[in-house]
Design a binder for this molecule. Sequence first.
Ligand code: FAD
Length: 406
Amino acid sequence: MKDSIVIGGGLAGLIAANIAARAGLSVTVVEKSKSLGGRARSAVRDQFIFNQGPHALYIRGNLARTLSDLGIKVTGKKGAPRGTYIGRESEFASMPTNVLGLLTHPWFSRKGRVDMIRFYGRAIMGRMNGSALAFELDQIKDAKAKGFASSLVRLSTYNAEPERIVAHAAADQLKLATGGVLYLDGGWQTIVDGLEKSARARGVEFLTGQKVEQIESSRDEVRVHTTERIIESRTAILATDPESENAWLGTKIGSGKKLRAACLDVALDRLPEPDHIFAQDIAEPLYLSVHSASANLGPGQVIHVARYLKEGEEAGEGTKKQLRDFLARFQPGSEDRIVQERFLPDMIVAHDFQDTTEQPGVEIDSAKPLFRAGDWVRGSGMLSDRSAFTAVAAAEKAMARIRAKS
Ligand SMILES: Cc1cc2nc3c(=O)[nH]c(=O)nc-3n(C[C@H](O)[C@H](O)[C@H](O)COP(=O)(O)OP(=O)(O)OC[C@H]3O[C@@H](n4cnc5c(N)ncnc54)[C@H](O)[C@@H]3O)c2cc1C
C-alpha cells in the first residue's frame, strides 16, 4: 500500500508529491491527461513556446518560494514596463510605474492623482479591510484614475470585475506585484518539467492517461478507482477542481465563481513596433504583453493577448476579432507577420476568487485521510501561488496523519 496517492498532475499535485516524497513517503500521482502540468503546460508550435495564455511568475509569491525550496531553478527576466501603454479608445499614454509618474501623468486631474495615490497607499500599507474593493475604488472620483486603478487590480488578480474582490485580498496581490514578475525562458513547461524530474528522483510513481472515477475512504485507508486499476493508499491528496471532488465525494463545495479569460497566443517573425511591448485598456478588460521581450520563447516574438471574462460572459469569434484588433492597434502590420496563432476562448484561470474564509480548507474530513489542494482552496496568495501554498499544506497534513498512525 502506498503512503499517499495524489490525484491530478498539475502544479498543485506535482508540488504535493515532491513535498511528501522528500519526507520519505511513497507516492503515486494519477493524471487523466497523457502529459503532466495541467494549466501550467506549454505547447511548442514551429519552435515557438506558448503558455496557455499569459503566465507570469510572481517573484515574491508562494510558487517561486516553493520552487526554490525544492531546488528547482527557472530562468527568465522581469516583465519590463518599457514602452508601456494604456489605451482608451484611440488615446495612448505611457503607463505610470511609480509615484512621480502618477503625479505628472497628463490623463488624471489633481484630485484623481491624490485619490489614486491614497488608494495605492492604503493597499500597500495593509489598510484595506474585508469589504468589497468597490468601496475603495468608489473613493476615486476621477473616471480615468478609477479606470486605471481598476486595471492595475485586474492585471494582478485576473478578475474582470475588480470591484467584486474582497479589498484586503486585492491589496495583498497589488503588494505582491510590486516585487515584480518573471517571464520564463522555455515557458511554464520548465516549472512542470523541473517538478516532474525532482519528483521522479525522489521515487514518485506517475500514472498518466488514467482518470480517477471513484474514491472510497475509511479512517485509515483510501481506495482510488482509475479507468485502469484500483490503488490503495494511507492518504490521498485531491489536486483537481471542486466539480471532480463533488462527484467523488457526493459533496457540494465550491462557489462556482470561476475566473476566466479568452486568450490569443501569437508568434510573429518580428515586432513591427519593438517599443510597444505591453498594453492595457482601461475601459475594456483587455491585456497584451510581448513575453519574448523578457524570455526566450522561440526564434521570433511571442505575444499573449487576453480578455478577462466577466461572470456569464461568453467568448467566441467576436472576441477573437477584438483581440486581433487590439494587437493590430499596438503592433500595426502584425497581421502580416503571424507565424503561429492559437485562440483559447474560455480558460479557467482560477476555480474561485471568494473571500478566503468562505473557501474549503486543506482538510476534507477530519475523520478521513483526505486532503485537497488548488487555487480554490483556503490559503495564502492567488492563482498558482494559492495552488503551491495549499499543495505544501496538504502534503504536510498527509505526512502528519501518517506519522500519527505509525
Ligand atoms: C490563461 C491563464 C493565465 C494564468 N496566468 C497566471 C499567472 O500569470 N500567474 C499565476 O500565478 N497563475 C496564472 N494562472 C493560473 C495557473 O495556471 C494555475 O493556478 C495553476 O496552473 C493551477 O494548478 P493546479 O494544479 O492547481 O490545477 P490544474 O493545472 O488545473 O491541474 C489539475 C490537474 O488535475 C487533472 N485531473 C482533473 N480531473 C482528474 C481526474 N478525474 N483524474 C485524474 N486527473 C484529473 C487535470 O488533468 C489537471 O492536470 C493562469 C491560468 C490561466 C488559465
